[in-house]
Ligand binder design. Structure first.
Ligand SMILES: Nc1ncnc2c1ncn2[C@@H]1O[C@H](COP(=O)(O)OP(=O)(O)O)[C@@H](O)[C@H]1O
Ligand SMILES: [Mg+2]
Length: 361
């Protein structure tokens, strides 16, 4: 059994070979850890910066056993890790952080919203959907338009469609594939905010200053942080984040997406039990960034300061936008992060750029 705090030289296992795994591996290496990545992809961008790779399907028991043996703690860079994978890792003696409960709750939008409301983190009203009749009943209660989302496996706005009216209900259900779903009341938001928070093994919770997020076609375009928020709103955001992390007995970094409504109320949209795209600004804007923070938390180290050092505008480089690397590298205020992905398919997250300005006053 691993003893915490983990000493440098220990191995951190990561499920997933994407850019989040890559940036976790870079942060871990800087603290003296080795990283072992488990991914089914032969050519993944995380593997190229990691000490060790296990190339196999996530549910391959042989691979899970060798990861559990190699790693002193195992974490993940995506939330759709099957529950059975965590069970098997645990059975092979691995410490998994964040835990099975956070994963299970985050994987199902109905369970997630039920949990959030139960721990004092309000969300939009919603209706669980297993039939067209449920959509019709939901529209009666929530009003139209309402947003129909698959309960599971949606990301970057996929698996979602607006239901404009009762007449559109059946077609909308077809559009998302007639699977278990959730119908959500429309959030009349003024802004989308998010907060990146972390909880250590000793229960300490820290939060970064919130960021303001802009999405295009369901995909994050840019985050500006620290966002302009009143002291009252900031206190509300920090309280909500702490309630979620503490209720889940969470260890690690979490991203919490929020709606600031036109009427000033704050609702939680969803949370991601992992490092988060809206936290990439911390790489250049904070004393300790979200990736190092996650490694510190799961390794049982003290959490680091979340103090902002600069105002950052983070912009995702999607698809061919990353071809502008040379011009971006020439901008004095820009810090360029490229993920080492070969194929710049349209919309693919290839990198991001953090543009820095001094904090005012
Ligand atoms: N209930 C809602 N009302 C209005 N807009 C919403 C609602 N839910 C989601 N959205 C918009 O859709 C985006 C993606 O939805 P989200 O639930 O965060 O799914 P994903 O898991 O794909 O990120 C949000 O960032 C927000 O812009
Ligand atoms: Mg989201």
């Amino acid at each position: 059994m691993a003893r915490f705090p983990l000493a440098p030289g220990s191995t951190i296992g990561v499920l997933g070979g994407g850019q989040l795994g890559r940036m976790l591996a870079l942060a871990a290496a800087r603290l003296g850890f080795d990283v072992a990545i488990l991914t089914p992809e032969v050519q993944s961008c995380a593997v190229r910066v990691a000490a060790r790779a296990i190339i196999a399907n996530y549910d391959d028991p042989v691979a899970l056993e060798s990861l559990a043996r190699a790693a002193d703690v195992v974490t993940f860079e995506f939330e759709n890790v099957p529950a059975v994978v965590v069970e098997q890792l645990t059975a092979f003696g691995a410490q998994v952080a964040p835990g099975a409960r956070a994963l299970a709750v985050a994987q199902d939008r109905v369970d997630e919203k039920t949990f959030l409301n139960g721990c004092g983190a309000p969300t939009v009203d919603f209706q669980a959907v297993d039939s067209v009749a449920d959509i019709l009943a939901g529209l009666d209660r929530l009003g139209a338009p309402a947003l129909l989302k698959t309960r599971r496996e949606g990301y970057d706005g996929r698996g979602q469609t607006w239901v404009e009216s009762h007449a559109d209900a059946a077609a909308a259900y077809e559009r998302i594939g007639v699977v278990p779903a959730i119908l959500e009341a429309r959030a009349a938001f003024r802004r989308e905010l998010s907060v990146i928070a972390a909880r250590g093994r000793d229960g300490e919770v820290v939060a970064y200053p919130p960021g303001e997020n802009h999405h295009e076609n369901g995909v994050l375009r840019r985050t500006r942080a620290p966002a302009q928020v009143t002291a009252a709103l900031l206190a509300q955001i920090e309280t909500i984040a702490a309630r979620i992390l503490t209720s889940l007995d969470y260890v690690g970094v979490m991203g919490v997406e929020l709606f600031e409504l036109e009427d000033g109320r704050l609702l939680v949209n969803e949370f991601a039990p992992r490092v988060h795209n809206t936290g990439h600004w911390t790489l250049d804007g904070c004393e300790v960034d979200q990736f190092e923070q996650h490694i510190r938390a799961i390794a049982g180290w003290p959490l680091g300061p979340t103090t902002p050092l600069a105002f950052v505008e983070m912009e995702n480089l999607l698809g061919p936008e990353a071809h502008d690397w040379l011009a971006l590298a020439g901008e004095a205020e820009a810090r360029v992060w490229l993920y080492g992905k070969g194929d710049a398919r349209p919309g693919r997250k290839m990198g991001h750029v953090n543009r820095l300005r001094p904090l005012k006053g």
